[in-house]
Design a protein around this ligand. Structure first.
Ligand code: CP
Length: 301
């Protein structure tokens, strides 16, 4: 049966570690065509994004091209979706055309439940609904592991709109598998209701003094029906500022999945601060997605 890449929760810690090892290999060899360009040569994938994306869509495309994969970029706004074609029929069409994997983003939390048993080629979750964004989760783990040479025992604060964040969802799944501790901070209305033992709700300034990394999240206004955001007061109460960075450990790092709103959840000058790994995360996304594409497209079918 075909294996989809839908969630980090369906992978064991050793499978995730193997993907992280492969990400490391690609980080060292990605520009060496003799090492990598033949690995998936002549395969074809489609990028199918029903929600906007900069990083995920472009990095899957760069990752594919480094591995010799051809990419079809399907744009719903300019397709027969406009004539009433359903998601299932679009994917079946791409399957019939000979596409061998689909990188897929959608706003519906349950979209993969409706597709995973019917589509016979690998589906790669590029962010669905508000639960998981597993390729982002993998690149975040890779960034942490490269920085600290371990995951076990790391403490990570996550601050912002956690309730609507699929990035936080994947990080919490991974944290449980690798023995990390997660501290959640943010406006109480934006924190999830139930939490596991390794997750603690802690005031932001207290969390910052304890952690190895802080993951800042933007407020996902597109997932709120009615939320009035006062950017100034949000920045004062929950923004990562130079004063807050000063209370963190000297070797702690700043993460953000992007896109970021400078001056809201993070001060402008911290985005490219020496302790920030935000652009490193984007770079690492290519290596992590090369590992995911290899995992998905090399399956026997
Ligand atoms: N981190 C992330 O998913 O960014 P994009 O929405 O730009 O893909």
């Amino acid at each position: 049966m075909i294996k989809h890449f839908l969630s980090l929760s369906s992978l064991s810690s050793s499978e995730i570690s193997a993907l992280l090892d492969r990400s490391r290999f690609f980080s060292q060899n990605h520009k060496n065509p003799e090492q990598v360009h033949h690995l998936l040569r002549h395969k074809i994938i489609a990028n199918v994004f029903y929600e906007p994306s900069t990083r995920t869509r472009c990095s899957f495309e760069v990752a594919a091209k480094r591995l010799g994969v051809e990419v079809v970029n399907f744009v719903p706004e300019n397709s027969s979706v406009k004539k009433g074609e359903t998601v299932y029929d679009t994917l079946r069409c791409l399957e019939s055309l000979g596409v061998e994997g689909i990188v897929f983003r959608h706003s519906d939390d349950n979209v993969f439940d409706q597709l995973k048993d019917k589509i016979k080629l690998p589906l790669l979750n590029a962010g669905a609904g508000k639960f998981e964004h597993p390729s982002q989760g993998l690149l975040d783990l890779f960034t942490l592991r490269e920085e600290f040479q371990r995951l076990e025992g790391l403490k990570v604060a996550v601050c912002g709109d956690i309730k609507h964040s699929r990035v936080a969802g994947s990080l919490m799944v991974a944290a449980e598998k690798f023995g990390m501790e997660i501290y959640l901070s943010g406006p109480s209305a934006l924190l999830p209701k139930s939490q596991k033992a390794f997750v603690r709700e802690v005031p932001f300034d207290e969390a910052l003094t304890k952690v190895d990394a802080v993951m800042m999240l933007r407020i996902q206004l597109e997932r709120h029906e009615s939320l009035e955001l006062n950017q100034e007061s949000y920045h004062r109460d929950f923004g990562l500022t130079p004063a807050r960075l000063a209370i963190m450990k000297k070797n702690a790092i700043i993460l953000h999945p992007g896109p970021f709103n400078r001056g809201v959840e993070i001060s402008d000058e911290l985005v490219e601060h020496p302790q920030s790994r935000i652009f490193k995360q984007m770079e690492n996304g290519v290596y992590a997605r090369m590992a995911i594409l290899e995992w998905a497209l090399n399956q026997k079918r």
